[in-house]
Design a protein around this ligand. Structure first.
Ligand code: GLN
Length: 196
């Protein structure tokens, strides 16, 4: 089967592993470079991007992940994972870094404290009907994106919450917690197309 890693330093690793296994992929928890080297794709989970950033540097994973992304490894990031894929972030903690790869500017905790968390139904043309029930938890927003970035979903007011650029996919919300599997299916199709 397709081997897909889930970066397992912090965050909702199990939820992603469960969805991937449910779709017939082999989900591998990735904590070291040797584990990263054995997967055909990588999921960056939701959680706290600043913590995942720090741990990835402490575990010697930042450069290997950057190299893998530059080499075309398919990566799907949800929420904190989207932040980690962004080339530029605003409202990061002091010194916060990302792996980068997506030509986007992402604002952390973009919805402020009043609407910390909310749920909504999103039209995602690339996934067809029905709409995606999306859960946002202290979610980021894509504030700006480069010419090669495809918007997969926006809120009613136009703010961008899901993007794709080549083999990289990012969502500001968490399909892995609502039984929504179509983003992971799309990701697995990307992984399989690269693997061939
Ligand atoms: N606010 C978190 C961060 O900055 C992301 C929250 C999430 O992943 N649900 O990383």
């Amino acid at each position: 089967p397709t081997r897909v890693g889930v970066l397992a330093l912090q965050g909702d690793v199990r939820e992603h592993a469960r969805v991937l296994s449910g779709l017939g992929a082999e989900a591998v928890l990735v904590r070291r470079p040797s584990e990263l080297a054995e997967v055909d794709g990588l999921v960056l989970p939701g959680g706290e991007s600043s913590v995942i950033d720090k741990l990835s540097r402490a575990f010697g994973m930042q450069q290997p992940i950057r190299d893998a992304i530059a080499g075309g490894l398919p990566v799907y990031g949800t929420c904190a994972g989207l932040i980690l894929l962004a080339d530029r972030i605003t409202d990061g903690i002091a010194g916060q870094q990302t792996f980068g790869g997506l030509d986007v500017t992402v604002r952390r905790n973009a919805f402020g404290s009043q609407v910390d968390s909310f749920e909504t139904d999103l039209d995602v043309p690339a996934l067809g009907a029905p709409p995606v029930h999306a859960v946002f938890i202290r979610a980021p927003l894509v504030e700006a994106s480069g010419p090669d970035v495809e918007t997969l979903a926006s809120l009613d007011d136009g703010r961008i919450v899901a993007v794709r650029q080549g083999n990289l996919i990012g969502t500001a919300f968490h399909p892995e917690v609502t039984g929504e599997h179509r983003f992971h299916e799309l990701f697995l199709r990307v992984v399989e197309s690269v693997r061939r």
